[in-house]
Design a protein around this ligand. Structure first.
Ligand code: GRF
Length: 209
């Protein structure tokens, strides 16, 4: 990790850890995308730090992955909150504590609502395993496979109140021909892991987080 020592305002631009690259990942399950991003940061392929995992499911495998990378985990149980606003306010407080600049949803099984969307406008992104707007929601790979499409893919997008809605950032197409569902899942997940890292890099360079 290189830190350029200078007293000019260039310092921030030249320092690997600027204030603009503290990432929180929200996940509820397996966490392979979490690991892909954490790995890219650890190898300095991404000029960013996964500062926090927010997890709404204490049994999720992603929690084990976070421990492996020494990444702090904020476990939160939605059932302990009366309203979604209360739940998100609690999350927001911890995000502030960690100076989070960007929130990446990665298999987070909930809609995000006003408290977080207002505070982190344009700074919450998601990855979905289809070419949106096709095949929104759960089991998107299976939905596409069963529909019989020849081409499906992966989408990264900004998050809004709707399920898998919001402005598309990037898409990569994946052939759905001559494969089983399991093979298609493997193809899609490999593309996801690369695309999510690329998208974060693109946001850092083009969108001035
Ligand atoms: C991925 O397919 C992602 O596109 C979707 O949920 C899945 C999460 O997988 N939003 P993982 O937990 O990152 O392995």
């Amino acid at each position: 990790m290189s830190v350029v020592e200078t007293t000019s305002h260039q310092t921030l631009k030249s320092t690997n850890l600027t204030p603009k690259n503290q990432i929180a990942i929200f996940a509820s399950g397996n966490g392979s995308n979490f690991e892909a991003i954490a790995h890219a940061c650890a190898e300095n392929r991404l000029n960013a730090k996964v500062a926090l995992l927010v997890c709404d499911n204490p049994d999720a495998f992603v929690v084990q992955r976070a421990k492996k990378f020494d990444i702090p985990v904020f476990e939160i149980q939605p059932k302990n909150y009366t309203t979604k606003a209360d739940y998100e306010t609690e999350i927001m407080q911890i995000l502030k504590k960690y100076n989070i600049d960007l929130i990446c949803l990665a298999g987070y099984m909930r809609l995000v609502s006003d408290v977080l969307l207002n505070e982190y406008e344009g700074k919450i992104i998601n990855i979905h395993p289809s070419l949106l707007p096709a095949f929104k929601g759960l089991n998107a790979i299976q939905q596409a496979f069963e529909y019989g499409v020849k081409l499906t893919g992966v989408t990264t997008h900004f998050v809004d109140k709707t399920m898998d809605g919001g402005k598309i950032i990037e898409q990569v197409a994946v052939s759905a021909e001559n494969c089983t569902l399991e093979e298609l899942e493997t193809r899609i997940h490999a593309v996801e892991h690369e695309l999510y890292v690329n998208t974060i890099h693109k946001l850092q360079t083009h969108y001035q987080l």
